[in-house]
Design a protein around this ligand. Sequence first.
Ligand SMILES: Cc1ncc(COP(=O)(O)O)c(C=O)c1O
Length: 391
Amino acid sequence: MKNYDFDEIIDRKNTSSLKYDFGPERKKRDDLLPLWVADMDFRLPPEIIEDIEKRVRHGIFGYTDPKDDYRTALRNWFLQRHGVVIKDNWNVITPGVVYAIATAIRALTYEGDAVIIQQPVYYPFAETIKLNGRKLVNNQLIYKDGRYEIDFEDFENKIVSENAKLFLLCSPHNPVGRVWTKEELKRLADICKKHDVYVFADEIHSDFIYRGVKHTSYLELGEEYTEKLIIGTSPSKTFNIAGLQIANIIIPNEETRKSFLIHNEAAGYTQCNAIGLAATISAYTKGAEWLDELIEYLEDNVTFLREFLAEKLPKVRLIEPEGTYLVWLDFSDVTDSHKELEKLIVDKAHLWLDSGIIFGKETALFERINIACPRKVIAQAMDQLYEAINN
Ligand SMILES: Cc1ncc(COP(=O)(O)O)c(C=O)c1O
């Protein structure tokens, strides 16, 4: 029996929502159906809202630091969902994973040092490297037969030739939807270890894994890979609380953690968001059942999208996601012009998706669609796309 309703359409307008309320500023139009930025159109389950309300009703929101109830909730979540043990002193709270990536870049590398990423990838990786005055090095993923693979040879060659100091790993990978296998991760880890490269493993999407697929946390590779490791995790994607600004950054090695903490303090960040902390504890303690149902719903959304495209828009190719609620679509059989594609999506279909070009210059004919919304909304979006392509 289902306990939660993911079909309800909730009006998010006029909540200062980045997804819904910034069309005029960002796209110069106010009539687009938004399926872009990675948050969800689903409400938290009542039991978690109640815990947040309880905290709000207390009425005092002074400086707040995590205590054992947070550490216990975090430890249990990662043990139960991912089978990994997180020791209490490994975790550092930050307001977000991107903030932690920026902090890690400053803590672990010097200006001008090379930092390696695998495009197409979540665009703040590249932006953060460049804005911090580091050199961006790209190990392009291989796109073959509708699937993405890692070019290990190029990865190692670039690490050596560019003397890369840090690798930003996206695991699972946004936007291509790959959930890297243990073997793939181990090969990357061995190369990084051999050349003394720090790894920031961004595992923010690791709670969204589809049937028959297993996420391997970097921690599972073994203790010998933890010396130069930072793992970015957060309840913000899993429970749709990005606006509450809490991320759990796992740093097993003391030296690495110290370096991170110094730069964290240098940025002036110390205590965390009080409501975010209450929400995180509640979500990690009470949210498992809701998440399980949500993943099933998302999987059915992928099925809907796949079937619609196969039947009605076969020229739009869906890259099969193994996890995440972001689906990568290849439009290269629809048009060979990025400008035309943008016109099609925005001006004709009236959709707001994330254009592939922001994830890397080789994917200008791709779009990323966020399927974490009621199925009716996806159906509406697909009807609009169908009309735009056929008329
Ligand atoms: C791979 C990845 N990392 C980080 C983030 C954002 O994390 P935060 O809001 O905690 O900075 C996202 C959001 O889409 C993401 O996809």
